[in-house]
Design a protein around this ligand. Structure first.
Ligand code: BG6
Length: 495
């Protein structure tokens, strides 16, 4: 059984970029699921905003077809949900329609107001200034900023300053949807709800940590955005670093938003610099070429880019894969490598954190017992969310003492019998509740850029093209070499 859901206060959620991929594929389905579970009460409104000239019914029809899969067996619920949904055509840079929009907002003055900016970051400031102009930043109002916040530290600072001139930090929710994933929450429960792990959670007992976020999809229709960003900005600066922080942070004094975020910030500050003096040894960039992914022939990155753009390119220096070795310079983690890797068009869709413990100091077993493997704690974020603790046991039965490495396995789906909710379901309602624990504070975003910027600068100065890798593989061979040089291997044993 999953925990029962509590209704939240009535709200107006305005999604800027309401016809975009994120809104249609993630945000609306997440809201629908929360509605079906009874957490969204009558009187709440969900308003899509975009430049397209649509009306309420046209938008509802789009959302209906997007939600049909999710709502297969519950057409009445879908009808009821769509009654909460409306649409306003607005251009962040033009005046038309804004007066009407402000009137619409004024109709339900007691609702919590959430403005979700699922747009390109260049529009954040225009939108916030208009919201401020109409006084929509007052009272129980919050703004949600989708990543990436900027392109580097300087641009992130500009955005944060400008948004900050309209919305206070306490009203600003910088979303990183990885923090809403069930397993990431579970990492908190495992680390701080059990006495078993914390005494071992340090350089004395942990050999290394691996964080992999592998995708089988290519860049799809997001080429124009992605080519400007690349994997380091798109995934590492935010999602992977946030996961690293959750593994590495000191126990916070409480789960209060600032207690958790203060501890994450200390980890970001303690990350050792990677710059042009060591980037060649510690980082690998790759770019996919045509290959076979999930049984289908798929094009390479350049073809994907050209598919969706009028101006054709011959080459691009953008990485679709990154592997790197990070280190945290503090007492708990000195000398423990954190190997991070992420990429598009890899062999499998899998996101996981592997905490590999040190081997036993001395083996009492004979060679015929078989090799002694390291204990590993594997936290699987997706698919099949769950946790496995790999232990050594005696192979059951008579005969000599032979050792086996087996997992203590906790698959959440099996244990709790329910489909796990999507990260956005939790995070959207956290915004309505005004709970920022799982959102990035401004100083965290800045610290993450402060670490990422020298890597980007080193790559730019080095001028090396990303290493090619065939779609459907685990990335360039130099990523294997990166970890094997240290006598370790990537954990690809996904039984
Ligand atoms: C997004 C990135 O933040 O996360 C995408 O911009 C990536 O490039 C996505 O595909 C992955 O999210 P998930 O939840 O599917 O692992």
């Amino acid at each position: 059984m999953t925990a029962p859901a509590q209704p939240v206060d009535t709200f107006d959620l305005v999604i800027f970029g309401g016809t975009g991929d994120l809104a249609v594929r993630k945000l609306l389905p997440a809201l629908f699921h929360r509605f079906v579970d009874g957490q969204i009460q009558a009187g709440s409104r969900i308003i899509g905003v975009a430049r397209e000239a649509l009306d309420d019914d046209g938008y509802r029809a789009q959302i209906r077809s997007a939600l049909n899969g999710a709502a297969d067996s519950q057409p009445a619920k879908l009808d009821a949900f769509l009654k909460l949904v409306g649409y306003r055509p607005l251009d962040a840079r033009k005046d038309d329609g804004w007066d009407d929009f402000a009137k619409l907002m004024a109709e339900q003055p007691d609702n919590v107001r959430v403005f979700y900016l699922s747009t390109s970051p260049e529009l954040f400031v225009d939108i916030c200034q208009r919201l401020g102009h109409y006084g929509l930043n007052k009272g129980e109002s919050r703004v949600v900023l989708e990543k990436p916040i900027g392109h580097d530290l300087a641009s992130a600072n500009r955005i944060n300053d400008d948004v900050g001139s309209v919305f206070a930090e306490s009203q600003t929710f910088r979303i990183d949807h990885y923090l809403g994933k069930e397993t990431v929450q579970n990492l908190l429960a495992l680390r701080f709800g059990n006495a078993l792990f914390e005494p071992l959670w340090n350089a004395g007992h942990i050999d290394h940590v691996q964080i992999t976020v592998a995708e089988t999809l290519g860049v799809g229709r997001r080429g124009p955005y992605y080519d400007h960003a690349g994997a380091l900005r798109d995934m590492v600066q935010n999602h992977l670093l946030q996961l690293l922080c959750m593994v590495a942070m000191e126990p916070p004094a409480s789960l209060s938003p600032n207690a958790v975020r203060d501890e994450k910030l200390k980890v970001l500050h303690a990350l050792k610099t990677i710059d042009d003096s060591n980037a060649a040894q510690l980082t690998v960039r790759g770019q996919y070429r045509a290959g076979v992914a999930e049984g289908q022939s798929v094009p390479g990155y350049i073809e994907d880019l050209n598919n969706d753009s009028k101006t054709k390119v011959q080459k691009s220096n953008t990485e679709t894969f990154v592997a790197l070795k990070a280190e945290i310079g503090n007492w708990r983690w000195a000398g423990v490598p954190f190997y991070l890797r992420t990429g598009k068009r890899l062999a499998e869709r899998v996101s996981e954190i592997v905490v590999a413990f040190k081997p036993v100091p001395h083996s009492i077993f004979s060679a015929s017992a078989g090799p002694l493997a390291q204990n590993r704690l594997v936290l699987r974020l997706q698919p099949d969310e769950g946790v496995k603790l790999w232990l050594t046991i005696k192979h059951p039965g008579p005969g000599g003492l032979r050792l086996r490495h087996v997992p203590l396995d906790m698959s959440f789906a099996e244990a709790f019998g329910a489909q796990q909710s999507d990260a956005y379901e939790r995070l959207l309602l956290d915004v309505v509740r005004g709970n920022p624990t799982l959102f990035m504070r401004r100083d965290e975003v800045e610290a993450a850029w402060r670490w990422a910027d020298p890597i980007l600068a080193a790559w730019a100065a080095g001028g090396e093209a990303p290493r090619p890798y065939t779609a459907g593989t685990w990335g360039p061979s130099s990523a294997v070499a990166l970890i094997e040089r240290d006598g370790r291997t990537w954990d690809e044993d996904n039984e």
